[in-house]
Write a protein of this length. Structure first.
Length: 426
């Protein structure tokens, strides 16, 4: 009998939730066949069978949480699929063997009844049944509350050692922790007098919640704001969008402008493109920009690799592909790992102003918002109605000072308000 275990999924991913079993007990599988789909922190992955045979046992149910290394199913390499003739023959053979064994058991029980033991014989048998252990080991077992008779010794002679007792105590402690966690979860539930609907949070939603709380607790997070006059950018976009789409096959959106502006500002303020590792500051010499995408299962942040080397068309095409994959649930782990800075656009949902939360371990995130016409005082003191957008930079104050944060955001503003310069600078 071979075991199917949860494999190493990816760096930093150690557990998942069983989303769907792709096989049932008794199904025949070949080596490499997918048997179960796991929902992880970031994406869904399929676990394949390392053996050919028949699924003899499924040990976890859909919705159960599993960790890397857990046994989730067993495969009988010599078995046949359920319903085949061979399986029927083997079951008949097993039944015949059971029938043969039954008389033997009855004979043994009758023999015991015919030869009753004396008290002395009983005492000697009891002594023989007692576990073999030194006084020190027995004392340690009493201290830990371990019953020696329940321990299976590693010593081939059958002598129980202190290590056996310690291992049993650890196993008991681990099982106690698991049960206490379950009790805590059940204790957290609040009963309501009126009707409610309970549904378990998806693995991804649990991870989003956990990471957002961690970001609040681990980073000294602050947010600075500015507003951008979108007049010139909207003018360029209006003038070029038709020819741009005809030439490149993608629409010219705002995200390529903001991505290019962010890359330019990151080059001027490298600490915003860094992260903290222990007592070191790691300044990244690459510009992999994460773009937040909302899906039905929650927010994901696929990464546009080497955004500094891409053209406007390349950025728009990559963002479009990643967004499509995200909504179809086809993102891979490589699409989500290793970003150096993140951009999120709440404006598409109508947000006028917000304070985005860091995508740790990154130390900066830019928030875009709704474009709204507002009166603006011009350099000659005249007042014009202009399309304005609030932008926000949340940053980790542990390594980024307020001066740098404000200047970074102001530099983004300057490049957006002068898109011709941005286009020339590339």
């Amino acid at each position: 009998m071979k075991e199917i275990v949860v494999p190493e999924l990816a760096e930093s991913i150690t557990e998942g939730t069983v989303a769907e079993w792709l096989v049932s007990k008794g199904d025949k599988v070949e080596k490499g066949d997918p048997v179960v789909e796991l929902e992880t922190d970031k994406v869904n992955v399929e676990v394949n069978s390392d053996f050919s045979g028949v699924i003899a046992e499924i040990l976890v149910e859909e919705g159960d949480d599993v960790e890397v290394g857990d046994v989730i199913a067993k495969v009988d390499e010599s078995g046949e699929a359920a319903g085949s003739d061979d399986s029927g023959d083997s079951s008949d053979a097993e039944q015949k063997e059971e029938k043969k064994e039954e008389p033997k058991k009855e004979e043994k029980s009758e023999a015991k009844e015919e030869s009753p033991q004396t008290d002395e014989e009983g005492e000697s048998d009891n002594k023989a049944d007692q576990p073999v252990a030194s006084p020190a080991t027995r004392k340690r077992a009493r201290e830990l509350g371990i019953d020696l008779s329940e321990i299976k010794p590693k010593d081939p002679v059958g002598r129980i050692s202190k290590e056996d007792v310690e291992a049993a105590a650890k196993a008991k402690s681990d099982s106690g922790k698991k049960s206490s966690k379950k009790e805590e979860k059940s204790a957290e539930k609040t009963e309501f007098d009126k009707p409610v609907v309970r549904e378990k949070m998806s693995r991804r939603r649990q991870t989003i919640a956990k990471r957002l709380v961690e970001a609040q607790h681990t980073a000294a997070m602050l947010t600075t704001f500015n507003e951008v006059d979108m007049t010139e950018m909207m003018k360029v976009r209006s003038e070029r969008k038709d020819s741009f789409q005809e030439k490149h096959g993608v629409k010219l959106g705002f995200m390529s402008f903001f991505t290019k502006a962010v890359v330019g500002a990151l080059k001027e303020f490298p600490l915003v493109n860094a992260e903290i590792q222990g007592d070191e500051i790691v300044k990244k010499q690459f510009y992999d920009i994460g773009v937040a995408v909302s899906t039905e299962e929650g927010l994901v942040v696929p990464v546009v690799r080497d955004a500094d080397r891409l053209t406007f068309a390349g950025i728009e095409e990559e963002i479009g592909n990643l967004a499509k994959k995200a909504r179809e649930g086809k993102l891979g782990l490589n699409d989500l790992q290793g970003g150096s800075f993140t951009i999120t656009n709440g404006g598409i949902f109508g947000s006028l102003l917000s304070t985005p939360i860091l995508n740790t371990p990154q130390v900066g995130i830019l928030g875009m918002h709704k474009i709204e016409k507002r009166p603006k005082v011009m350099p000659d003191d005249s007042i014009e109605v202009r399309p304005m957008m609030y932008i926000a930079l949340s940053y980790d104050h542990r390594i980024i000072d307020g001066r740098e944060a404000v200047q970074f955001l102001d530099r983004v503003k300057q490049m957006i308000e002068d898109p011709y310069d941005l286009l020339l600078e590339g």
